[in-house]
Design a protein around this ligand. Structure first.
Ligand code: NIG
Ligand code: FE
Length: 401
């Protein structure tokens, strides 16, 4: 048994454990002059330093604030090539959808990624994941989705499996872009072979589908999600990014873990999410990078939905390498309060991955936490661009220098 008491914590700020919806997202607990006892990687006690129990080992955190480790519930951190030419085109007036329709955009990343080996993909993704961790992310979801064919998808997931030796990752099989011809056969192949293979080999925890006018239809999405559920995998969706075509409603009906994007969601989609246990994951980096409308984070919470925030780290729509920055953008662009944004990036983001053992600094939870540079927890939502996270601890072990 190893036991460590972390002391000299100016503020210990945390949501309660479990999914928080609506007004409960603001119910942060902030303990001043706190201490935190970790036993075998799990939180054994938290409270005021004056009441702290004795422990084998004591570590002073020097009067700084502590928040839960951030959970990044949506990234495409494995890719090859770059999208700088697309970005130039976008800056000259082409839209994201036009670039995609002319074979650029996601398709150019798919060509480069499909040509890369597992080792190359691992080497490319490692510094991206390290950057997210330095920004406070202790658990990171990583999607496939840039493979041109099932073999390339599995290669991406094998790269994620390699990286799990170094990072706490939740892998997702993303069915991203339909082939230009033979899409019915492709959907059938994915349902019959790729999804069961990924499940059997333990390469994915969830299946995600890009449901959009330029991607998969609602009917195709239903077949894909049902195939995922029949293999016991969780489901998620990219929906309402450009058009609300019914993906959100379908995800809520099927009990998906989360629906992500939601920039084009209107009152019906907000109501569907508020009436469900499906997490509404918003991705403000996309709003910043593409200059498109923001997801209605404020309205979702006011309606009673559970909101999470992710970076959506990817080369096309969100080259955002900081989970803390995504949290801060959730406040600026989506109208969340700092407390709501912290909840969105911790317990709710964990719930969006089907994880209930992390995200809150409370007894029985994994000892994943961030020590901030300063004494006030609100800096995690305030600072733009500087790193306010001084130390990252995963399972009670220091994960960053
Ligand atoms: O989450 N919307 C679709 N997929 C990604 C973008 C991927 C890309 O452009 O490479 C997203 O925004
Ligand atoms: Fe995405």
């Amino acid at each position: 048994m190893t036991e460590t008491l972390f002391t000299d914590i100016s503020q210990l700020a945390t949501p309660a454990s479990g999914l928080q919806r609506g007004a409960a997202m603001r119910g942060l607990s902030v303990t001043e002059n706190a201490a935190l006892l970790v036993r075998d990687g799990v939180i054994a006690w938290t409270g005021q330093a004056a009441d702290a129990p004795q422990a084998e080992q004591t570590i002073s955190l020097g009067g700084r604030a502590v928040v839960p480790g951030l959970v990044d519930p949506h990234t495409h951190a494995v890719w090859a090539g770059d999208r700088l030419a697309d970005w130039d085109a976008k800056l000259s007036g082409a839209t994201y959808e036009e670039i995609l329709a002319r074979g650029g955009g996601i398709r150019s990343t798919m060509r480069a990624t499909a040509a890369a080996t597992v080792d190359e993909l691992v080497a490319l993704a490692r510094p991206r994941l390290a950057a997210l961790r330095c920004s406070g992310a202790t658990t990171i979801e990583v999607k496939s989705g840039y493979g041109l064919d099932p073999e390339a998808e599995l290669r991406m997931l094998r790269a994620v499996r390699e990286l799990r030796r170094e990072f706490d990752l939740s892998p997702t099989l993303l069915i991203h872009v339909p082939p230009e011809t033979g899409r019915a056969e492709y959907v059938q192949e994915v349902c019959r072979h790729l999804i069961p293979q990924a499940a059997e080999m333990g390469l994915a925890n969830a299946v995600d589908v890009f449901t959009e006018k330029e991607a998969f239809t609602v009917e195709e999405t239903r077949a894909l999600l049902e195939a995922a559920q029949s293999t016991g995998l969780h489901t998620k969706l990219h929906a309402d990014q450009f058009h609300a075509i019914g993906g959100t409603e379908l995800a809520c009906e099927l009990g998906a873990l989360s629906v992500d994007h939601l920039e084009a969601s209107g009152p019906e989609q907000i109501a569907a999410l508020a009436a469900s246990d499906t997490v509404a994951t918003i991705l403000p980096g996309v709003t910043l990078h593409l200059g498109l409308p923001a997801a209605p984070g404020r309205k979702l919470i006011d309606a009673g939905a559970a909101v999470a925030i992710g970076t959506d780290l990817n080369p096309g729509s969100s080259p955002l390498f900081s989970t803390q920055f995504a949290l801060a953008l959730g406040v600026r662009l989506c109208g969340l309060t700092p407390a709501e944004a912290l909840t969105a990036c911790t317990v709710n983001a964990a719930a969006a991955l089907g994880l209930t053992d992390r995200g809150s600094l409370s007894k029985g939870q994994r000892a994943d936490f961030c020590v901030l540079e300063g004494a006030d927890w609100r800096e995690v939502a305030y600072v733009l661009g500087g790193n306010v996270v001084a130390e990252v601890w995963c399972g009670g072990v220091r994960a960053t220098a």
